[in-house]
Design a protein around this ligand. Structure first.
Ligand code: SF4
Length: 270
């Protein structure tokens, strides 16, 4: 199986590091098989919270040139929670192709408390976004600050690479010299803001990280020039914990999944 062009990304690196088979499904098989593409797009609850927050932030930055008033801010937050999240949830329950939760696909029970925590994370993150120092700076413009807004609490293994990658892109596009670029990891749910400066040395380091990672990925290809891959060259992992949370688990363990689904839908014993 192939995909027209090889392109590196942090999420690709992450998938490759976690499980070669998962990587194959995400970056090769999904391009040719609509069912695998559908599984690739499943969103687990924490990821969903992140997307809702990102979409709201994107809409604010694209459509406003000043900080919305407190009433408007609350209206935007309500629209995210009562509008978008409700629509997403209902579509997911109905088995939509546009949006489907991992938990619905694999019949993982979502307790009322889980939902409350999720809605709370989205609301708190958006409130903190409106209060964040960077937002005022963004409207005042001036220098280039690359911000990665996060709804999770911990620093991901590759967060720093991701945000430096955006900086590299900005530098190569000529938006600013590396020394004029700063990066910020904004943990909105806490809130905590980690700002760092960028220089040529960091960008060089990043370039070699990407080159090495891409080389490792291409080494498994049947035909690196044509970007052709074969499933048997991408082994599964032996880590049940990781597989339980993987979007592709029904492909790797078809029988186990059928059994789990049958158990979930069986009537309760009298
Ligand atoms: S279910 Fe496990 S082995 Fe299969 S792709 Fe996912 S992580 Fe890899």
């Amino acid at each position: 199986m192939g995909s027209s062009e090889f392109s590196w990304s942090v999420s690709r690196h992450d998938a490759f590091a976690r499980c070669r088979r998962r990587y194959f499904y995400s970056y090769y098989a999904a391009n040719e098989d609509p069912e695998i593409q559908r599984l690739k797009k499943l969103s687990a609850l924490p990821m969903w919270a992140g997307s809702v927050v990102h979409e709201t932030i994107e809409a604010v930055l694209k459509t406003r040139d000043a900080l919305p008033s407190p009433d408007e801010q609350e209206a935007l937050i309500r629209a995210a929670v009562h509008g978008q999240m409700l629509t997403d949830w209902r579509e997911s329950e109905a088995g939509s192709l546009r949006f489907r939760l991992f938990e619905h696909e694999y019949q993982v029970a979502v307790e009322p408390d889980d939902k409350k925590i999720l809605v709370g994370t989205v609301m708190r993150s958006l409130r903190n976004f409106f209060k964040s120092p960077i937002l005022g700076e963004a409207f005042a413009a001036g220098r280039v600050v690359i911000v990665d807004w996060k709804t999770g609490r911990g620093e991901g293994k590759f967060s720093e690479v991701q945000v430096a990658g955006y900086a590299l892109y900005a530098a190569e596009q000529g938006w600013a010299a590396p020394e004029e670029i700063q990066t910020e990891l904004a943990y909105l749910a806490i809130p905590r803001y980690v700002r760092r400066s960028i220089d040529r040395r960091k960008l060089d380091h990043l370039r070699s990280f990407v080159a090495k990672s891409a080389k490792n990925m291409r080494a498994l290809l049947l035909d690196p020039l044509a970007n052709l891959a074969r499933r048997e060259d991408f082994p599964m992992i032996d880590r049940p914990q990781a597989c339980r949370r993987c979007n592709f688990r029904r492909l790797c363990f078809p029988r186990a999944d059928e059994a789990a689904v049958a158990a979930a839908s069986a009537p309760l014993p009298a």
